[in-house]
Design a binder for this molecule. Structure first.
Ligand SMILES: Nc1ncnc2c1ncn2[C@@H]1O[C@H](COP(=O)(O)OP(=O)(O)OP(=O)(O)O)[C@@H](O)[C@H]1O
Length: 300
C-alpha cells in the first residue's frame, strides 16, 4: 500500500468563515508535497484536521490503508505545527531523551537524529542557548525519533535567516532522500519549487492545482506579437489550432499556446496569410507567474 493520506471533500468552517472548502488530494509514499497558498488560505487548518487537533465540519480523510484509527495511525506520523517548544534549561540530548520516554522509543536514536539535523556537536548545549534555526532543527530531530512514515511541517523556514533557511531545506531533502514522505505547508513558491516534488495550491480553502511541481511548469509558453493590422492578426491566431487564450492589450497581442509551436512556424503561417509582424517574442511563464495567475493576484 503506497497511499499515506487520502483527503476527500474536506470542509472546515469556523462560524461564518470557510477555512477549507471541499478539499481533496492524496499523498503517496516517497514524495515531498507542498501545500502552497497565501496567508489565511487554509493550510494550517488542513494540517490541523488530519492531525486530529482541529475538528472537521464535513468530508473525510484516511491515513494509510484506513484500517487503523486515526489515533493509532498518527503514531507513524511526525509533525511540527507549532513553534518548537522544549525545556529551556535542559540540553538538546536531555530534551530528546524526554521525548523518547513519551514516545516509548529507544534513546539510541538520539545521536542518529541529532547527526541528521547537524546538531550532534551541540547535544550538550542547553536549549535556551539555541538560535531559532537550531530550535527548528531540534524539533525536526524530535519528530523523527520514532522513524515516522511521514514528516509534516508547517512553514518550516518562517522567521529564519537565509543560512537557517538553507540548512532546513537541505535537511528536508536529506530526510526525503532517506525515503521518508514529507508534507509541508508554505506560502513561498520558491520554497516549494526548491524542495517539493508535488504541490497542492490552495486559495481561500479551495484547491486550484495539484500535481507534480515540474508539470506545473510544463506550459507551452506564449507569443507576444505586434502588427499594423491587429484585427487580422487576431483572427489568424483564432483560426490556428495551436493557440488557446488570446489577450489584446493596447497594440500588444499575447497568444497562449496549448501545444508546441516554434516562432519560425508561426511567422511562416502569418506571412503566407499576408500578415507582416512588427514584433515577435516567444516567452514562457515562470512558475511564479503561473502561481500568481492561478491565485489571481495579477491579471492574465
Ligand atoms: N480557530 C479559528 N477560529 C476562527 N477562524 C480561524 C481559526 N483558525 C483559522 N481560522 C481562519 O481560517 C482561515 C484559514 O486559516 P489558516 O491558518 O488555516 O490559513 P493558512 O493558510 O495556514 O495561513 P497562515 O500561513 O497565515 O497561517 C483564516 O481565515 C483564519 O482566520
Amino acid at each position: 500500500m503506497n497511499t499515506i493520506l487520502r483527503i476527500n471533500n474536506l470542509t472546515k468552517r469556523f462560524g461564518p468563515i470557510t477555512a477549507v472548502k471541499n478539499l481533496s488530494f492524496t499523498i503517496e509514499k516517497g514524495n515531498v508535497y507542498g501545500i502552497l497558498g497565501p496567508n489565511g488560505s487554509g493550510k494550517s487548518t488542513t494540517l490541523g484536521v488530519v492531525l486530529n487537533v482541529v475538528n472537521k465540519t464535513s468530508g473525510d480523510f484516511q491515513w494509510f490503508d484506513g484500517t487503523q484509527s486515526t489515533h493509532e495511525a498518527l503514531k507513524k506520523v511526525g509533525a511540527i505545527i507549532e513553534r518548537p517548544n522544549f525545556y529551556p534549561y535542559m540540553t538538546a540530548a536531555q530534551n530528546l531523551g524526554l521525548v523518547c520516554k513519551i514516545k516509548n522509543v529507544s534513546p539510541e536514536k538520539i545521536d542518529e537524529k541529532l547527526e541528521l539535523v547537524g546538531l550532534l556537536d551541540r547535544k550538550d548545549s542547553k536549549f535556551r542557548t539555541f538560535s531559532l534555526g537550531m530550535k527548528q532543527r531540534l524539533a525536526i530531530a524530535s519528530a523523527l525519533l520514532n522513524d515516522p512514515e511521514i514528516l509534516i511541517l508547517d512553514e518550516p523556514t518562517n522567521g529564519l535567516d537565509p543560512q537557517g533557511i538553507h540548512q532546513i531545506r537541505a535537511i528536508i531533502k536529506k530526510i526525503a532522500a532517506d525515503g521518508t514522505t514529507i508534507l509541508l505547508a508554505s506560502h513561498l513558491l520558491d520554497e516549494v519549487e526548491k524542495v517539493c516534488t508535488h504541490v497542492v495550491i490552495i486559495r481561500k480553502g479551495e484547491k486550484l492545482y495539484s500535481g507534480p511541481v515540474d508539470q506545473m511548469n510544463a506550459s507551452f509558453g506564449f507569443f507576444e506579437l505586434k502588427a499594423a493590422d491587429q484585427a487580422k492578426l487576431y483572427s489568424l491566431l483564432e483560426k490556428h489550432p495551436s493557440f488557446g487564450k488570446l489577450v489584446q492589450k493596447e497594440d500588444l497581442l499575447t497568444a497562449f499556446l496549448n501545444e508546441p509551436l516554434e516562432a519560425e512556424a508561426l511567422n511562416t503561417y502569418l506571412f503566407e496569410n499576408g500578415l507582416i509582424l512588427s514584433q515577435l517574442v516567444k516567452r514562457k511563464e515562470s512558475l511564479e507567474e503561473q502561481f500568481l495567475q492561478l491565485t489571481n493576484q495579477i491579471s492574465a
